[in-house]
Structure formats: structure tokens, C-alpha cells
Design a protein around this ligand. Structure first.
Ligand code: ADE
Length: 225
């Protein structure tokens, strides 16, 4: 999968993809993440990419032309399955959307700033608008990083233990059961006996009950679905 991210703050995305699972996905050639500086596509001498809103009002609006030039340059090299705009008024990200996107080949992600982006970009290029939740961040870069992480870890071959993405909270209907590792006792706090019993069917049953209990207590809405 190839993901192209268009932003005015490429430095913000230097680090999130340079470690751990996302780094490995890239070095294995499973994922390619390319960050583009929108200013490189500005056509004026100050390299500006925003302007005052028509009709007045506070804040600046990101201009249509730099985005269009950058998107069209990318589209001249390959076809894209989706052009995604990160925005608080998009559909709220969930595991189902991540699963869907993880099956795609090429994605573009647009990061907004200021008061938003000229609506013509949304009308004529964007195919999908995604929010990471009902709160407003200062730009779309961190949301883009979250989306990329959530999607890339689902691509087969990225996680070393391929079953672990499948047992994630939200991948099924239930939240994960609690987990423990050594030592079996720390300051008198013991790991539940069942987990050290070696009785696999009983452990499975315990985990299922714990998942159900956690889901009931924390996210009863998931059970309603
Ligand atoms: N940009 C600013 N806030 C955002 C959010 N909550 N989700 C996606 N993009 C955003």
C-alpha cells in the first residue's frame, strides 16, 4: 500500500512513521508513506497556501490551487483508490473503516489547517472525509498519523503475530480481556490463578467472560449493536 500525505507541516510527520511497526512495514516494502509539503505547490512568490475567506469572517482558508496541483501530480503517476480529507466534520473513524482502507492500494490524505480548506477541493477531489473524534485539533496531521497507524497494522504481514490484530478490542464485538506478564506476584498482587493453570479451555472461557464483563461495564453500546 502507498499513502501520500499532503500537509503544510511535513515536520510534524517526521517521527510517527519512523519507529516500531510502521517502520518495519516500510522496510519490508509492505507500506510506503510519502509526505508532501503543500508549499512546494504554491504558485506565488511568498509560497503562501492560505488566503482570507470570501464573505469575511475570522481565520484563513487553505487555497484550492496548491492542493489541486499536488493531487494532480500524484494522479499522473498512479491511480488512487481514495482521497481522504481529515476533518472534524467527517465520518468518525472506527475499526470497520480501518479494515476497509487496509485493503486499498493507493491513498491520498489531505491535512487541513486554519479555518478549513476551500470547499472546491472537497467537492471535486475528496472521496472520503474522516474525523478521529468529536474534538478539534489544530490541524489534520495528527489525525492523519492516527489513521495511517490504524490502517497499516492491519495489512497482512505487518504484525509479526498475525492473529494479534484479529483479537484486538473492536476487531470483534468485545473489548479485550485484561493481560498480565511475569512476575506472577508483585508486592502481593497476584496474577489470576487461572492464567497460570495451563488449562487452555478454562483460560479461553475466563477471557471471554472478562471481555464480556468489561464491555458491559465500559461500552454497553457495543453489545446493543
Ligand atoms: N482536524 C482537526 N480536528 C480533527 C479531528 N477531530 N479529526 C480529523 N481531522 C481533524
Amino acid at each position: 500500500m502507498r499513502i501520500d500525505i499532503i500537509t503544510v507541516l511535513p515536520q510534524l510527520l517526521d517521527s510517527p512513521f519512523a519507529h516500531s511497526i510502521l517502520k518495519r512495514a516500510q522496510s519490508k516494502g509492505i507500506a510506503e508513506i510519502v509526505v508532501h509539503n503543500l508549499r512546494d505547490y504554491s504558485t506565488n512568490k511568498h509560497q503562501s497556501v492560505d488566503d482570507y475567506p470570501y464573505g469575511g469572517g475570522s481565520g484563513m482558508v487553505m487555497m484550492v490551487e496548491p492542493f489541486v496541483l499536488c493531487i494532480e501530480k500524484l494522479q499522473s503517476d498512479r491511480e488512487y483508490d481514495e482521497i481522504i480529507f481529515m476533518t472534524p466534520d467527517g465520518e468518525v473513524l472506527n475499526q470497520g473503516i480501518c479494515n476497509q482502507l487496509s485493503t486499498q492500494k493507493n491513498l491520498i490524505i489531505l491535512c487541513g489547517h486554519y479555518k478549513g480548506i476551500d470547499n472546491r477541493i472537497r467537492e471535486h477531489f475528496v472521496t472520503r472525509e474522516i474525523s478521529i473524534g468529536d474534538y478539534v485539533l489544530s490541524g489534520g496531521e495528527l489525525p492523519a498519523a492516527i489513521l495511517v497507524d490504524a490502517v497499516i497494522r492491519l495489512i497482512p504481514g505487518v504484525l509479526s503475530d498475525e492473529t494479534s490484530a484479529l483479537s484486538d478490542s473492536f476487531q470483534g464485538d468485545l473489548l479485550d480481556a485484561p493481560v498480565y506478564t511475569r512476575p506472577a506476584e508483585f508486592r502481593g498482587w497476584k496474577v489470576p490463578d487461572i492464567l497460570t493453570s495451563g488449562n487452555t479451555p478454562a483460560i479461553e472461557k475466563w477471557r471471554y467472560e472478562q471481555s464480556l464483563e468489561r464491555t458491559r461495564a465500559r461500552r454497553p453500546d457495543l453489545l446493543d449493536e
